[in-house]
Ligand binder design. Sequence first.
Ligand code: CTP
Ligand code: CA
Length: 228
Amino acid sequence: VVPSPEDHRLAGKHIIVTSGPTHEPIDPVRYIANRSSGAQGTAIAKALRDMGARVSFVTGPAEIPPPDGVDVIRVETAKEMRAAVEAALPADSAVMAAAVADWHVLNAQGSKIKKNAAGQAPTLEFAENPDILAWISQLECGRPELVVGFAAETNDVIAHATAKRLRKGADWIVANDVSPATGIMGGTENAVTLISDSGADEWPRMAKADVARRLAERIADALIGPVL
Ligand code: CTP
Ligand code: CA
C-alpha cells in the first residue's frame, strides 16, 4: 500500500487540500467549533507532497501543526475557507477533508456579550454556510479535474455517502463510519470506503497516514495513469 519514495507522478500538479475544523464566531471571545483534529487532512497533504504535488493547504484552526513543504493558508470560518479555496484555483485536484461548520451565527456580536441582571440567556440564530465541496464540484469554469470529498457518517454509511456524492457533484467520496463504537473519531486509524461512479471500494482499517498514501496513489492513477 505504501508508494515507493521514487513515485513522483504528481510532479507539476497543483492540489488544494482543506483540513481541520472551522470556527464560527459568536462574539470576539467565543465561537462554535467541532472535534476535527485535522489529522487526516494533514496526512493527505503530506502524501501528495511526497509524490511531488504542489499543495495548497487551506486549514482551519487545527490541533496539529501543518506539514512542511506545502503552501499553508490559515482560515477561521467557512466563508474564509471558501474564499481561500477560490483564491488558490486553478488546481488539478481538490481534496476537501475539512470538517466545515454547517452553520454560522447570524446574530454574532462585535463586542463581548454580557450576562444581564435578569439572568436571561442569549438566543443564537444560525444560517447555513456555503458548501465548499458542492460549489467547487459544480464550477462551470475552472473546475479541478478530480474533486474528492469526505463523508463522516454514523449510520447507513455507504447509502448516505453515495447520495452525498451525487447531490454535491463530487467525483469521489471517501466515506467513513465515525460511530463511537469504531473509536475512529480522534484516533490514529481510519477505515474508509472510496465511492466513485464505478462503485464502492472498501479499504481495510489502517493508519491515517496509510489511508492518505493510498488515496494519493489513487489520485495519481486518475490524473496521470497507473504505474506500469
Ligand atoms: N463540506 C464543505 N462545505 C460545507 C460542508 C461540508 O466543503 N459547508 C464538505 C466537507 O469538507 C466534506 C463533505 O463536504 O468533504 C461532506 O461533509 P459532511 O459534513 O459529511 O456533509 P454535509 O453536506 O454537511 O451533510 P451533513 O453534515 O448533514 O451529513
Ligand atoms: Ca456537515
